[in-house]
Design a protein around this ligand. Structure first.
Ligand code: GCO
Ligand code: MG
Length: 400
């Protein structure tokens, strides 16, 4: 009997309090199903609705082996394309189909992609704090755990907000931050961390699109003496043409991409060698199928992968990242946010962090599952995120 897709459904759960979306694709082969990550946490209900209402009727009955044809069909089936909601919904299906293919081939996905280039994925961890002492203590703890690359932030994205006195009368609510204070604090942060830890440890930083383009160029130059591993999201996606100017002015390595959904956003940056690391959130571009093609494109231009790996990627999505990491020759580094026993309960087979590396279990497919009963214990809250209402001192709404 030929294998057919018999069902596609979304499963929403928040074991760490962060809404996640996983897609399960069932087949007519007893016990054969796949799982995929479709996590766009800020609009998780829209993604779940897109999976259940549109992709389920569109793709049920098809041959799950035809991943490329299904991906291309689903990508254009709504005519307008390359948006975050439908890309994430498609990612959940795409990853599940790769999971099924690996199970049928009795191979972990990294073997299906061409085999391992490394035994484990080297990770970077997040050190943040409200004082330099606090940040330094977090760095020290990660160094003692064997972590070799550490992201430094000083009071979150946009820095510590200390500007209540700067707002105009009647300013509206928001997550205010002090752009000048932030810029000055980042230089102080790196000066202090290099003084305390020297240069035998790699540090990176996430600007998170919080500065004007010329301010970002200046910061990249000011940070040159501190030899960053990379400076992330120095610009907003809407301003990527400024990378030409930034690239000509500084040797600070540049990372970009977590906000990208459309190939038009990255193709020029990569082919003109304007960035050093691609940072896409792979479910935001449609899953493993486009991510593999993106990694291979990057290899031709000396760009390395550094897939987005925050708390709002499910362990299924993290597993997909790591399968790509183990295979890609031009793997750079993997962001790792970590999880608790709750995620391990919901997602049997989670990738495992040991020292500064993440390991997979070598099982066929993605090597991870979802326990739907356990998932039901952690329902998703529906409150809207407040941090995305970022505002500058005068109340101007900023890109978050
Ligand atoms: C990172 C990202 C995240 C995002 C978050 C948005 O580098 O990990 O910037 O922290 O802000 O994923 O939901
Ligand atoms: Mg980021």
């Amino acid at each position: 009997m030929s294998i057919k897709i018999t069902g596609i459904k979304s499963i929403c759960a928040a074991p760490e309090g962060i809404p996640l979306v996983v897609v399960k694709v069932d087949t007519n082969q007893p016990g054969l199903y796949g799982v995929g990550c479709a996590t766009y946490t800020q609009r998780f209900l829209s993604v779940a609705h897109a999976v259940d209402t549109y992709f389920a009727p569109l793709l049920t009955g098809r041959d799950p082996a035809r991943i490329e044809d299904i991906w291309q069909t689903a990508m254009v089936s709504a005519y307008w394309r390359n948006g975050p909601v439908l890309n994430n919904a498609l990612s959940g299906v795409d990853m599940a189909l790769w999971d099924i293919k690996g199970k049928l081939a009795n191979m972990p996905l990294y073997d299906l992609f061409g085999g391992k280039s490394r035994e484990a994925a080297r990770v970077y961890r997040h050190a943040d704090g409200r004082t330099l002492e606090e940040v330094g203590d977090r760095v020290q703890a990660f160094i003692e755990q064997g972590v070799q690359v550490i992201r430094l932030q000083f009071g979150g994205y946009g820095g510590r907000s200390s500007i209540n006195s700067m707002k105009p009368d009647g300013a509206c609510e928001g997550a205010y931050y002090d752009t000048l204070g932030y810029q000055l604090s980042v230089v102080k942060l790196f000066e202090a961390m290099r003084k305390r830890f020297g240069f035998e440890i790699d540090f990176c930083h996430d600007v998170h699109e919080r500065l004007e383009p010329i301010e970002a160029v200046r910061l990249a130059k000011e940070l040159e003496p501190y030899r960053l591993y990379f400076l992330e999201d120095a610009l907003a996606p809407e301003q990527v043409d400024w990378f030409k100017i930034m690239r000509s002015q500084t040797h600070t390595p540049l990372a970009m991409g977590e906000l990208f959904n459309n190939p038009m956003e990255w193709t020029g940056l990569i082919s003109e060698r304007l960035i050093d690391f691609i940072r896409v959130h792979i479910s935001q571009i449609g899953g493993i199928t486009p991510a593999r093609k993106l990694a291979i494109l990057c290899e031709s231009f000396g760009v390395r992968t550094a897939w987005h790996g925050p708390g709002d990627v499910s362990p299924v999505g993290h597993a997909a990242n790591i399968h790509l990491d183990l295979n890609s020759w031009n793997f750079g580094i993997q962001e790792w946010s970590g999880w608790t026993e709750k995620s391990i309960e919901v997602f049997p087979g989670c990738p495992e962090l040991r020292g500064g590396y993440v390991y997979l279990n070598g099982k066929p497919g993605l090597g991870i599952d979802i326990d739907e009963n356990a998932a039901a214990k952690y329902p998703c809250g529906e409150e809207l995120p407040k941090w995305t209402n970022a505002r500058r001192p005068d109340g101007t709404l900023a890109r978050p």
